[in-house]
Design a protein around this ligand. Sequence first.
Ligand code: ADP
Ligand code: MG
Length: 321
Amino acid sequence: MPLSEFGLIARYFARRGVERSDVSLGVGDDCALLRVPAGHELAVTIDTLVAGRHFPEETDPRAIGHKAIAVNLSDLAAMGAEPAWATLSLSLPLANEPWLEAFSAGLFELADFYGVQLVGGDTVSGPLVITLQLHGFVPEGEGLRRDGANPGDLVFVTGTLGDAGAGLGIVQGRYFTQDEALRERLRQRLDFPSPRIEAGLSLRGVASAAVDISDGLAADLGHILEASGTGATIRAHQLPLSLDLIDIVGEQEAIELALTAGDDFELCFTVPPEKQTALADLGIPCTCIGVIEESPGLRILDESGALLTVSRAGFDHFRKG
Ligand code: ADP
Ligand code: MG
C-alpha cells in the first residue's frame, strides 16, 4: 500500500535527529513553538532546489538531502549565525520509499552534525521540488553583513575555489580524466559541499563583511562591493586552487573556474588591517586574495599585473582584456 502523507512524515521526518531545548513544540501541531535566546537576533534563510534545474533528476537522493541543508547552512555561516531549526517543504511526484530513505538520511546527517532540529514543514504531491528554511542565532548587532567592507580591508576566501565547477564539468561531460579517484573527489565537492559554519562563527567581531560563494567569486565578492559602496583589486595567481583542479583543467582554466563557477560554498570575507593578527589566531584555513579600494568595481590582475576582465554574472565567460 502506498504511504499516506502522514505516514510519510511520521516515518521519515518526525522526531528524527536532535532534540533541542529551545523547541517547545516540534513537528505534529499546526505550528512549531520556538524560543530565541535573549540578546540574539534570528537569522532566517531559505533555498529551493528544483529537479532538472538545480540538480539532474537522477542525482543520488542522499546528495540532494545533503545539499538542501548545506546551501542554507552556508548562508548562516556567511552571516556568522549558529544553526538551530529547519523547516522543510517537499513536493514529491510519488512516495518513493528508497528515495525518501536516502534523501532524509543525507539531510539528517548534516542536521545532526550541526545540532539542527527539523521542527515542521509541508508535504504535497507534485513535481520534485525541495524547499528548506533554516533559522539560526546571532548575538545582537554581530551578524556578518555584506555592507561592512571599507577601503584598506583585506579580502580573504576559505578553502579552495573552482572544485565544484570542475565536478559539474565532469557530470556534464565537459572534463574527462582516466583517474577515477580524481573524478570522484571533484564530484564530491559538487554533491556534498561542506558549509563553513565554524569559520563563520569565529569570524564574528573580526570580519567586516562576508558572503558565501554560491554563484562564483567574482559575482559574490561583487555583492560585498556593491553593498559596501566600494571596489577591490584581487590577484588571480593568489586564488587558492586545489591540485585536483589544476590536474584536470590546467592552471588557466582553474583560475577561470575559481572566479566564475558556483557551488563551492566557501566564504569570502573582508578584514580590517588592525584585525590581521586576530584573524591569524583563529587558524581558519583561508587565503588573502586582494584588497578593498574606494574606486568601485572589481579589478583582477594576472601575475604580471595586467588587468583581466570578468563579466559581472559569475557564470559568464571571462577573457583577457
Ligand atoms: P497543516 O495542515 O496544519 O499545515 P500538515 O498536515 O501539513 O499540517 O502537517 C502536519 C505536521 O507535520 C505539521 O506539524 C507540519 O509542520 C509537519 N510536516 C509536514 N510535512 C513535513 C516535512 N516534510 N518535514 C517535517 N515536518 C513536516
Ligand atoms: Mg500543511
